[in-house]
Design a protein around this ligand. Structure first.
Ligand code: ADP
Length: 381
């Protein structure tokens, strides 16, 4: 979960001294704007064309951009959109000698907040800049509030999850006692019902555990415990643990790895958990008689672990969402397969916490390959 640190910094920097970037091909215009703005205590930066302007917008992190609409090379309209891509909180004001209603409307649509028709006075410029800075402050504060609300919501869910876990475990234990016949005779119909209720409780406990796991990872709880790890033994351990569920589904597990592989820096238990989630999915979403192949190789500066399965695959439409919390594909093939929709987000957060990333390739009815890239450390095993 992102914190509000970046937005807080932006706000503090702006309040200490706001930066205005003036992008105009006319030198006289740049100088006049800078003179008026410096007199009011603003920091100014200038660029004589859109390309340089974009570069400065990236380097100098301005609060406000004053941009000429008509410049040689990249036009002002494209410039406005690209500035928004750099930082949506930068407030853009367009300056132009051809102040037509149409160009003003077009500029507003492309992210301009205000419009300054040439010629303008220093006072007019000051008013517009002050308004733009107020707009920036509000926009950053709105994002901060949204982030805080999101954090509170997640903290609340985590708190409730903690509170729910032990009573649910007790319910499960009572079911065990009843099913064991310690509370009197249980007839077959009752047994079926209690077993069903038990599997619902199991699902709930699994969701809670997965959620608590996500919160633990987000709190960065594993980052301090990094050590040099060889991936091959981690993967063999994980495969051994998952062997019974693979056998139950008649899925064959296979591993390919070289002996001499570089190590990675990481937390062994978290990495085991990430790979277990991927391999377990390869088993769950497979067909009877299918395969899951885990292979480790190298690519440039990374170690790459591929988890390939011969399962149901994931459609192109679903792939963009599979790492979202609680997302589960609803189809004929996945019906009846239990899960929480948290396995992939957990794996992704763990891998990103190790400065790595996950890539997916999949074909419906053929299978999927999840590739995990982790930066290798130079020392050999
Ligand atoms: P779940 O607990 O539902 O398995 P995940 O977050 O691990 O949650 O995965 C999200 C969804 O992505 C799954 O519900 C499934 O539809 C799809 N998915 C994940 N891995 C695979 C796979 N190897 N093959 C096919 N579908 C998969």
């Amino acid at each position: 979960m992102r914190t509000t640190a970046t937005t807080t910094n932006k706000l503090r920097k702006m309040q200490e001294q706001a930066t205005v970037l003036v992008i105009d091909d006319e030198r006289a215009m740049r100088d006049a704007c800078c003179q008026a703005l410096s007199r009011d205590g603003y920091k100014t930066e200038t660029a004589e064309d859109a390309e340089t302007g974009l570069q400065k917008a990236r380097q100098k992190e301005p609060d406000v951009v004053l941009a000429d609409l008509k410049m040689p090379g990249m036009g002002g309209m494209e410039l406005l959109e690209r500035i928004r891509d750099i930082d949506a909180h930068i407030v853009s004001i367009v300056i132009t000698g051809y102040a037509t209603i149409e160009s003003a409307v077009e500029a507003m649509k492309r992210n301009a907040y205000d419009f300054l028709p040439k010629p303008f006075t220093p006072d007019h410029l000051r008013i517009v800049i002050r308004r733009a800075l107020e707009r920036r402050r509000l926009s950053i504060e709105r994002e901060q509030l949204q982030q805080e609300k999101e954090i509170m919501k997640r903290n609340f869910v985590t708190l409730v999850s903690h509170q729910l876990r032990s009573p649910l475990t007790s319910v499960k234990q009572y079911f065990g006692v009843i099913l064991g016949g310690y509370a009197g005779e249980v007839v077959s119909k009752q047994k079926q019902m209690i077993e069903k209720a038990g599997s619902y409780v199991d699902n709930l406990i699994q969701i809670i555990d997965d959620w608590l796991e996500i919160s633990r990872i987000e709190a960065g709880n594993f980052a301090g415990r990094f050590e040099a790890i060889a991936l091959a033994p981690i993967l063999s351990d994980t495969l051994r643990l998952l062997k019974p569920s693979a056998e139950a589904k008649r899925v064959t597990l296979e591993m390919n790895s070289r002996d001499e592989l570089p190590v990675v820096e990481g937390d062994p238990n978290s990495l085991k958990q990430a790979f277990a989630n991927l391999i377990n999915n390869g088993i769950k979403y497979n067909r009877e008689g299918g395969m899951v192949i885990v292979s480790v190789g190298e690519e440039a500066h990374d170690l790459v672990v591929e988890v390939s399965d011969t399962g149901v695959g994931i459609s192109e439409d679903d792939i963009p969402f599979i790492f979202d919390e609680f997302f589960r594909v609803k189809s004929k093939e996945t019906r009846g397969i239990s899960g929480t929709g948290l396995g992939l987000p957990i794996a992704q957060r763990i891998i990103e916490g190790h400065n790595g990333f996950i890539r997916v390739a999949s074909e419906v009815d053929k299978g999927s390959t999840f590739s995990v890239f982790l930066p290798k450390t130079e020392v050999k095993q």
